[in-house]
Write a protein that binds this ligand. Structure first.
Ligand code: CA
Length: 422
């Protein structure tokens, strides 16, 4: 992960909105996604720049519109594409005239899922989340003995991953009160999960593990990810195989994948608390120890229907950080996922798991924020929340900052809860 001329904080773009201090998409970012300008159109590959989207094919940078194919490029080809984008979009570029015609105002296009997601794996690498939730479910045994040895995960369902902005219905499921038989009803404990989604770039062949030394060459980049959860359904169904219908009714992903190249300036050492076991050799490398973690500031905002109708802006309910929350790094997840020979493909999505920080106000879910519903909190406008109500909108945002570099952002990952059909 090298820092090069594309990260130069002095770079400015001829797309003026990309030079504003508060944009998520300055010329140093250049995230990829898919867009279309009319509902019947095929998806096109776009790159966000300020408040505009550059059509990659119209700009002459690809001869196809297949995002998954682009994600499978070799690392040197990816770096060359980033350089071409950076050169073409910077102020004074010879491409300015030609590329003007390939620009669309982001507000006028539909942003879809950033790629075709073939498979979705949900990890559980937020150690503070695992410990807090473990305490709620198993007070005597919060963190299971495998946690500090194995990056825990399970296979999710790609068909229910939704693009940001797509509403979803409150699901129904089996609910079981302690003193009654189970019944089928709409969930009463609907929750969000603050996660990042790691997108696989180049895949691997079945039977060929990816060593940790080259694991990041197989990662395309990172987006924001909300893995909505029905806690009452989860509590009854999760043993012995883990969550099932409590997690696969909807998950929301943000439209832009911030590439591993763009994230190069924001790397951090992997810090393990004193006394914790060292990772097994296949999960360990000098580079991973030195800069395996990624410093991404994360925030959750909630706006109820009443707040929306009263013109009250969304309220920040939690702040966290990927590097502080995660026990395992992206490279370790790739190395672990493939150590048994499992094949990953371009566009596969790895959810990080809920990224709660070490302090209660950094909780990445309502389950933690309200201590399982026992400590509701107030919203401006007088409402109280323990879990999500119909009409609630949850927005995740994220950004990377470091002295000497331009701040880059991830855009928004948001959706609104609609009433159950029951
Ligand atoms: Ca999850």
């Amino acid at each position: 992960m090298t820092i090069d001329a594309t990260h130069d904080p002095a770079l400015q773009s001829w797309v003026e909105s990309a030079n504003s201090a508060d944009t998520d998409f300055p010329v140093q970012n250049l995230p990829f996604g898919r867009f279309r300008s009319a509902a019947h159109e095929e998806w096109r590959i776009g790159v966000a720049i300020g408040d505009q989207v550059l059509d990659l094919r119209a700009a002459g940078l690809t001869d196809h519109a297949d995002m998954n194919q682009l994600m499978g490029l070799a690392p040197n080809e990816r770096r060359a594409l980033r350089r071409s984008l950076s050169d073409g979009l910077r102020r004074g570029s010879a491409q300015e005239k030609a590329w003007q015609a390939a620009l669309f105002a982001a507000s006028t296009v539909e942003l879809g899922l950033p790629c075709r997601i073939g498979d979705y794996t949900d990890f559980y690498i937020g150690i503070h989340h695992a410990a807090t939730v473990g305490k709620l479910f198993r007070p005597d045994n919060p963190l299971l003995p495998n946690y500090k040895w194995v990056p825990i995960g399970y296979h999710g369902r790609a068909s229910t991953i939704l693009p940001s902005g797509h509403p979803f219905m409150r699901p129904q499921g089996q609910l079981k009160a302690a003193d009654a038989a189970p019944r089928l009803a709409a969930t009463q404990r609907l929750d969000f999960e603050l996660e990042v989604g790691l997108f696989v770039g180049r895949g691997n062949r079945l039977g060929e593990p990816i060593p940790i030394a080259s694991a990041e060459e197989h990662l395309f980049g990172i987006a924001l990810f909300n893995d909505w959860s029905a806690r009452d359904v989860q509590a009854w169904e999760y043993q012995p195989l883990g969550p099932f219908l409590s997690k696969n009714f909807a998950s929301t992903v943000s439209p832009w994948i911030v590439t591993m190249e763009a994230l190069a300036p924001y790397r951090r050492p992997l810090v393990r608390p004193e006394g914790d076991p060292q990772p097994l050799p296949y999960l360990d490398s000098e580079a991973n120890r030195h800069a395996g973690a990624i410093d991404i500031e994360l925030e959750v905002r909630l706006q109820s229907r009443l707040m929306r109708e009263s013109g009250i802006p969304a309220q920040c309910i939690s702040r966290s950080n990927f590097a502080d929350a995660a026990y395992w790094t992206a490279a370790q997840l790739i190395a672990h996922h493939t150590v048994n020979g499992c094949a990953l493909a371009s566009g596969d999505l790895l959810g990080s798991g809920t990224l709660s920080g070490p302090h209660p106000e950094q909780a990445g879910s309502l389950l933690e924020l309200t201590q399982g519903g026992k400590q509701p909190f107030g919203l401006p406008g007088g409402e109280v929340r323990s879990f999500l109500e119909d009409g609630d909108n949850v927005t995740l945002i994220g950004s990377c900052s470091r002295a000497g570099f331009r701040r880059i952002g991830f855009g928004r990952c948001e959706a609104t809860v609609e009433p159950s059909w029951r």
